[in-house]
Write a protein that binds this ligand. Structure first.
Ligand SMILES: *Cc1c(COP(=O)(O)O)cnc(C)c1O
Length: 457
């Protein structure tokens, strides 16, 4: 039998080459330049299992970034598949206004049980960007309808990424992602990145010791615009898309204090950091704080379905008391989808019953020591790690640098999908990867770095 052809009954026999060709002619994929689309073949994925992706011809490669940071329990976790199947036998979808269902209600209860203390209300949506839109709307509308209508601006941090929709772009700070839309975004207040480190030689981002200055500036902005600021939004402890910038817990705690003192909401975008990435269930719990809004998506549905939530306090909910004219006006068709809710419930029960977080310390340790070791390669900068994430910068190229992509090519030959953020090479595997698999993956990263960086000198 031709291994390259799909021989399942009912499926048309289309070869891999034909599929790639059709993709080239018909599709438009995210974050992909047309030149790349026309000339570089995408990996044709046939299946995925645990920490692995199997590409065309059955070749097994490590999914080193858990498929864009969401497959925290590995691909096709049997319990998630079973939960999805079970739910399909009862209810696959219904609207979520004027109706409710058990998976959503029970999920809300179970989510609040593991959420930072003080969060008391759950608003479901269907992707990370939208969970951020919802948090922004909650914050802004709260003040607009409670006597402080001029408070509709947000403060964001240098290097922030909160999603690709317009509200989320407005509170993001990455030129590469949203710069082109700046004229039509409601832009947020943002502190200047620290001047001292701004040299042409290196991408400018605050090093951990400079976050104190960043937070000082946030405080200044809040005081200068005290009747305008509704919220400060952060990616707690790790700024993902900016290049896996790790920042200190004490500065997150200080942000909590200074926002609370001024009655400004703190929005924690835990779309990436939540569900165990930093070693705790939430980055906020790791730092011991409760935000006013917490956004969660990605790992919430174990990388299986689009599903997300915005958690908030009773106080915020009470700011919407009254008739329909004071309701939160946001509701996409698939909000609170029962399949997503059922899978998310199973995700939480896997964390509870399979000791997912408890299994992390030796793996976190392996990642930390590996990235410390990588600093032995000439041309590596700022090795860092936080929980189940390790990163290192190569050269000076930032997001449009090419060295990261050279490492990507070498790693791919060696059996790992190590998609970089420009010149930032990072590991963010599923949390359920075994220690043995993880050390195999680390060896691949080591060898890929070795090949690229050794050949440079
Ligand atoms: C991925 C991400 C988002 C956007 O989530 P989508 O589901 O891709 O819309 C928002 N915030 C952070 C911190 C993210 O990492």
């Amino acid at each position: 039998m031709d291994r390259d052809r799909d021989s399942r009954p009912g499926s048309q026999r289309v070869s891999s080459a034909d599929l790639i060709d059709l993709d080239r002619r018909l599709l438009w994929r995210p974050y992909t330049g047309n030149e790349e689309h026309a000339t570089v073949s995408p990996l044709l994925v046939e299946r995925a299992e645990g920490p692995f992706i199997y590409v065309q011809g059955g070749r097994r490669i490590f999914d080193a970034n858990a498929s864009w940071w969401c497959s925290n329990l590995g691909h096709r976790h049997p319990r998630l598949i079973a939960a999805l199947r079970r739910q399909t036998e009862h209810l696959v979808h219904c609207a979520f206004a004027g109706m409710t269902h058990e998976p959503a209600v029970r999920l809300a209860e179970e989510l609040l049980e593991v959420a930072p203390a003080g969060l008391a209300r759950v608003f479901f949506s269907d992707n990370g960007s939208t969970s951020v839109e919802v948090a922004l709307k909650m914050a802004i509308q709260y003040f607009r309808q409670n006597g402080e209508p001029a408070r509709y601006r947000c403060v964001t941090l240098p290097g922030a990424f909160h999603g690709d929709t317009f509200g989320a772009m407005g509170v993001s700070d990455l030129e590469e992602f949203s710069g082109i839309f700046e004229p039509v975004c409601v832009s947020a207040f943002r502190p200047e990145p620290p001047q001292a480190e701004r040299s042409a030689q290196e991408t400018a981002w605050p090093r951990p010791h400079q976050w104190g200055d960043v937070v000082d500036q946030v405080e200044l902005i809040m005081d200068r615009h005290s009747d305008e600021v509704a919220a400060v939004i952060v990616e707690p402890l790790i700024q993902g898309a900016a290049g896996m910038r790790v920042w200190p817990e004490e500065e997150l705690r200080r942000l909590r204090e200074i926002t609370a003192k001024r009655n400004v909401f703190l929005i924690a975008d835990e779309v990436f950091t939540g569900l165990g990435r930093t070693g705790a269930m939430w980055a906020c719990s790791r730092a011991g704080i409760t935000p006013d809004m917490l956004c969660t998506a990605k790992g919430l549905s174990g990388g299986m379905l689009p599903f997300s939530a915005t958690l908030t306090t009773q106080r915020v909910f009470d700011g919407f008391s009254g008739g329909r004219e004071r309701a939160l006006m946001h509701g996409h068709t698939f909000f609170g989808n029962p399949l997503g809710a059922a899978v998310a419930r199973e995700v939480l029960s896997i964390y509870r019953e399979e000791g997912v977080l408890e299994s992390l310390p030796p793996k976190m340790n392996a990642i930390r020591t590996a990235f410390e070791r990588f600093s032995r390669f000439e041309g590596t900068n700022h090795p860092r790690s936080c929980g189940m994430m390790g990163a290192v910068d190569l050269g000076t190229g930032g997001y449009h640098g090419r060295l990261g992509w050279e490492v990507y090519q070498e790693a791919l030959k060696l059996g790992a999908l190590l998609r970089p953020l420009g010149d930032t090479v990072y590991l963010c595997p599923s949390l359920t990867i075994s220690l043995e698999e993880l050390s195999e993956l680390i060896d691949i990263v080591d060898e890929a770095l070795n090949r690229v960086l050794t050949s440079r000198v």
